[in-house]
Design a protein around this ligand. Structure first.
Ligand SMILES: NC(=O)C1=CN([C@@H]2O[C@H](COP(=O)(O)OP(=O)(O)OC[C@H]3O[C@@H](n4cnc5c(N)ncnc54)[C@H](O)[C@@H]3O)[C@@H](O)[C@H]2O)C=CC1
Ligand SMILES: O=C(O)CCC(=O)C(=O)O
Length: 410
């Protein structure tokens, strides 16, 4: 597809070592200006680099705050090469007319497998036993070691990851209960707990799989930990903001909890060269991992393809299907038409102004696609027009009050 803005002028900024498969997708689609960084960038450098970029790809470390986004003068789209999108100020991105895409499924199996492995390790007291061996000790004993079979697994957040953890756990003979704010279809023999309290009181293993939202911030504090059974274990591979880490450290020290596995922390190092600091450091009964729940080669390769393909599709064709902050449109190709995009504040009268503009110019509309949400309207207009005429229309579209962006796509 020949785009109106030459692809060789579209700058793609890829951060945090996203998979090479992403680079391959962009290159195969004809994008050659790809700036690739293995790490996240310090904020001042990020602001500098993002000012030049049309497309940005990142993982969980890079914080696209309102302040950073204000520097992104040319930005047309953001790709989160992960599930979580809490690192991006989605509202600001939308108000700037920038759709944000992610990969909602590609690393879910990897997280689920890690959680199952950790559940077994914690039930057997392996973290402590391993640490003792490292120190030259030998703790051969069955005390505090249990099979996973017949134990109760409590899943908080029964979505894509939570359900997979449940299915895998049942195959080992565990009894699965879950708590979610939405009504969810049970997989296998899993059952909804009557309440969060009920789940905490019944579970031998509690695992968290909620997104970071205002309602999940610090949702798991001293009260919830105290409500867990003595000797139970906790796994958090969701977000660091969900658990009160000081309260967890205290419960591990007092051995109210037999163990915990934590992959995500309230403050995480910005790069692999920065030190990791946490109240959990040094506690033998804690498995600590550096936010690698989704970090398998399979997951990263699939995420690279999935997110890069969504970004290319938006850039080439205008489709916003599965954008997390934007009205979604899935567009057919109309290569014989000119395609114009208009992103505007969702206020009354904009669409009629757009249509007036086309009828006044006696321009035939071949197809029109409109989708809105509370903040933004997104209109795609395919017209029979010449190149100059399309540029003229784009300039006129830009003068309509409430316009956030207007582009001739091809
Ligand atoms: N450690 C890692 O490397 C990774 C971490 N994650 C984290 O895991 C989270 C969950 O991922 P998915 O299962 O794919 O998301 P999902 O959106 O499929 O499921 C989340 C579930 O949590 C529920 N929920 C929301 N607020 C809740 C609350 N206050 N109490 C109980 N349930 C609540 C939702 O209704 C939903 O069913 C992601 O948002 C991300 O933050 C995801 C991938 C990798
Ligand atoms: O792999 C990453 O950088 C982040 C994984 C994650 O937390 C997510 O997908 O939400």
């Amino acid at each position: 597809m020949k785009t109106s803005f030459p692809k060789q002028d579209i700058r793609v900024l890829l951060l945090e070592g996203v998979s090479q498969t992403a680079v391959d997708v962009f290159q195969r689609a004809g994008y050659s200006q790809i700036e690739y960084h293995k790490k996240s960038l310090p904020e001042n450098e990020l602001k500098e680099r993002i000012a030049e970029a049309h497309i940005v790809g990142l993982r969980s470390r890079t914080q696209l705050t309102a302040d950073v986004l204000e520097h992104a003068r040319r930005l047309i789209a953001v790709g989160c090469f992960c599930i979580g999108t809490n690192q991006v100020d989605l509202g600001t991105a939308e108000r700037l007319g920038v759709p944000v895409f992610n990969a909602p499924y590609s690393n879910t199996r990897s997280v689920a497998e890690l959680v199952i492995a950790e559940a077994i390790m914690l039930l057997r007291g392996i973290p402590q036993k391993s640490m003792q061996c490292h120190r030259g000790g030998w703790a051969k004993s069955a005390n505090g070691s249990y099979e996973a079979r017949d134990k109760v697994l409590g899943i908080i957040g029964y979505g894509h990851i939570g359900t997979q953890v449940g299915v895998l756990a049942e195959s080992m003979g565990m009894h699965v209960i879950f708590h979610d704010v939405e009504t969810k279809l049970s997989m296998g023999n899993a059952r909804a707990a009557a309440s969060l309290q009920d789940l905490l009181q019944r579970s031998d293993v509690v695992t968290l799989h909620v997104p970071e939202t205002p309602s999940t911030k610090m949702m798991f504090g001293a009260r919830e930990i105290a409500a867990m059974r003595k000797g139970a274990v906790l796994i958090n591979a969701s977000r660091g903001s969900v658990v009160d880490i000081e309260a967890l450290a205290e419960a591990l020290r007092s051995e109210h909890l037999a163990g915990a596995a934590v992959d995500v922390f309230p403050t995480e190092p910005k790069s692999n060269d920065d030190p990791f600091v946490s109240p959990l450091v040094g506690l033998d009964n804690a498995i600590l991992t550096p936010h690698i729940g989704g970090s398998t080669l399979e997951a990263q390769d699939n995420i690279g393809i999935e997110v890069a393909s969504k970004l290319v599709r938006y850039s080439d064709n205008g489709s916003t299907l599965s954008a997390v902050n934007f009205p979604e449109v899935s567009l057919p190709e109309h290569p014989k038409s000119r395609r114009l995009l208009h992103i505007h504040k969702n206020v009354p009268g904009v669409l009629s102004r757009i249509n007036e503009l086309f009828s006044a110019g006696n321009i035939n509309i071949d197809a029109q696609f409109l989708q809105t949400d509370a903040e933004v309207g997104y209109v795609v207009i395919d017209v029979s027009a010449g190149e100059d005429q399309a540029d003229e229309l784009k300039a006129k579209l830009a003068t309509i009050p409430g316009t956030l962006r207007s582009r001739v796509l091809y």
